[in-house]
Design a protein around this ligand. Structure first.
Ligand SMILES: [Zn+2]
Length: 387
């Protein structure tokens, strides 16, 4: 068994210890110390990182009470080593873990739902509940959680006897064999936990639920706390202000500004569509009545425009075609009021590895090529008929 210094002092970042054993593994050297302040992955909290002497500790795992530190260097059993933990990372994990307890505690108090999944990722913490939490309840729980921070409540760890435990109403994700470790945050929460926590809620800084989605039969809530909440605020604030500067709007007016911009784009699109229609009508005027095959190329354009133009061409030509030039891809439409245009479409598809089809009077499709190639193939296919 390794002595767990992090349970005596969660703030210990440097310590010395004796090497008990060291084995070579696929993940590096697995070093066992007589005592450690490195927290091994568990209870949703990731493993600490840091150094044993000058060797980087990349992972820490506990198996049957023995803690393995995965290192880049080998150590001799009996050797006394100096250890240091990346405490900025550990402290953030403490802020996040304590913050999660408080928010989960209030959600449980307000809804009766249980936290059934907890994950502390590199960029976000997620908590899963076995019931659907409304946005209003989440916002109420978030407010209460932040009030608990402002009140700087004490966070203490207790190891109750079996009799004491029976009298406690505490949250727990699973049945626990042996000694139960409870984390109590005054009247805010009482929860079984094996992780590391801050001493006072004020150290958490703030708790912010940033997203909630339906998950299984309940919800998954993404939350930030402590230094991460500040980083997130900073990043979001900068991007909203940058968007505001582009729109000449205050940060809180950005959504209205974007909405206004989208309306303007829609109005301009309508004007462009109208102008293109008029331009297409002018183009059609020059078509000689009875032309066997007539092709018109338009820049960009969509299926709707191609169909409309095709229909206009067919008033003069026996077969009308429109190629929408999209750079590396051509969307086409071929129509006729007299002929079956399916063979023409198939001939195009075969020659240019295109896709598409349709009815005898109209086919549509796309060709994975440039406009010059598509036009050349069209001219070849229709050369005979066009004389
Ligand atoms: Zn916990």
């Amino acid at each position: 068994m390794t002595q767990k210094l992090y349970y005596f002092d969660a703030y210990m970042s440097e310590f010395s210890a004796d090497v008990v054993s060291c084995q070579s593994t696929e993940k590096g050297f697995a070093v066992v110390l007589d005592k450690t302040a490195f927290y091994p992955e568990g209870g949703g909290q990731p493993a600490d990182t840091g150094f044993i002497n000058s060797a980087a500790v990349i992972d820490v795992q506990e198996v049957d009470g023995v803690i393995y530190h995965y290192c880049s260097e080998e150590f001799e059993p009996g050797e006394n080593v100096g250890c240091s933990i990346d405490f900025d990372r550990r402290f953030l994990n403490m802020q996040l873990h304590s913050g999660e307890h408080i928010l989960s505690g209030y959600i449980h108090q307000l809804t009766g739902f249980d936290n059934v999944g907890f994950h502390m990722g590199e960029s976000a913490v997620t908590v899963d509940f076995n019931g659907v939490v409304s946005p209003e309840i989440l916002s109420q729980a978030e407010r209460l959680a932040n009030e608990a921070i402002w009140n700087n409540l004490e966070i203490e760890t207790i190891y109750p006897s079996d009799e004491e435990l029976e009298s406690y109403d505490y949250r727990s994700k699973k049945e626990i064999d042996g000694q139960v470790r409870l984390v109590r945050i005054e009247d805010a929460d009482l929860c079984a936990c094996c992780g590391t926590h801050v001493h006072y809620t004020g150290e958490i800084g703030m708790i912010k639920a940033v997203a909630m989605q339906n998950y299984k039969s309940g919800v998954r809530i993404t939350l930030h706390a402590g230094a991460r909440a500040l980083e997130d605020y900073d990043a979001v604030n900068k991007s909203v202000r940058a968007a505001g500067a582009l729109l000449a709007a205050k940060p809180c007016e950005v959504p209205a500004g974007v909405e206004h911009l989208l309306e303007k784009i829609d109005a301009q699109k309508a004007v462009i569509t109208d102008l293109r229609l008029k331009l297409n009508a002018v183009k059609c005027e020059k078509i000689e009545q009875g032309t066997p095959y007539y092709l018109e190329v338009i820049s960009g354009g969509d299926v709707k425009e191609a169909q409309k133009l095709c229909d206009m061409i067919c008033e003069k030509a026996e077969v009308g075609a429109v190629f929408c030039d999209g750079g590396n891809e051509i969307k086409y439409c071929i129509a006729s009021r007299e002929k079956d245009v399916r063979p023409t479409g198939e001939a195009l598809n075969t020659a240019l590895e295109g896709r598409g089809g349709g009815r005898a009077e109209m086919v549509q499709g796309s060709l994975p090529c440039g406009i010059d190639r598509a036009v050349a193939v069209w001219e070849k296919i229709t050369a005979q008929a066009n004389g």
